[in-house]
Ligand binder design. Structure first.
Ligand code: SF4
Length: 203
């Protein structure tokens, strides 16, 4: 909303092509910034273990009210922490039972996600060879698992040869995980054309 308001003001003032400098300022002045700022140390503290994290974040929140004079930083970017497939055991998840667990396509359907068929694609690759040469080869194509909407699929010929990445961008629910988690930062997510994306009917 803040970005939309800044954009609307800029257009009405005849500044349709310049930078939305008002947006960062209005974000900093909003309740959202205040809320996020007070919770900023949660993940870095919890990365130090359940007991240390609970104790220190409790002090951070209860004693200091989220206004601690320090800001902790993560030591690694998220995408740098992914383990190679040779370092882990595959997890065999039970099939969704339709009661407390559900398949991804049903959940995407409930999100009401839609994008205009002819809008510019909002998910692109910097290098189209990386998904197979690096992601599949070294990490068993993690984008197939971390994407909650099944956007990324490794498809093959009938005989199992010629693996390639298929991007079902129409299903994207805009969580932006792929942009953050892709091990070589090869996936580029940009905001889709206005109005596209999830449309949860009860929110
Ligand atoms: S932003 Fe990326 S990870 Fe999230 S739903 Fe869209 S394609 Fe999947």
């Amino acid at each position: 909303m803040l970005a939309a308001e800044a954009a609307s003001e800029a257009v009405q003032a005849g500044r349709a092509a310049d930078e939305l400098a008002a947006y960062p300022e209005s974000f900093r002045a909003s309740w959202l910034y205040d809320e996020l700022h007070r919770a900023r140390n949660f993940k870095p503290w919890m990365a130090k273990g359940l007991y240390t994290g609970s104790l220190m974040f409790g002090i951070d929140q209860i004693v200091l009210g989220g206004r601690a004079p320090w800001t902790l930083r993560h030591r690694h970017a998220d995408h740098e922490t992914l383990k190679k497939k040779t370092e882990v055991q595959p997890i065999e998840y039970p099939r969704p039972d339709g009661v407390i667990s559900f398949d991804r396509n049903s959940s995407v359907y409930l999100s009401g996600t839609n994008h205009e068929e002819n809008q510019p694609v909002h998910l692109t690759l910097k290098d189209a060879t990386v998904p197979v040469k690096i992601n599949l080869e070294l990490y068993d194509a993690p984008e197939q698992r971390y994407c909650p909407a099944g956007v990324y699929e490794i498809v093959r010929d009938a005989d199992g040869a010629n693996p390639r990445l298929q991007i079902n961008a129409q299903n994207c629910v805009h969580c932006k995980t792929c942009d953050i988690k892709d091990p070589t930062q090869n996936i580029v997510w940009v905001a889709p054309e206005g109005g596209g994306g999830p449309n949860y009917p009860n929110m």
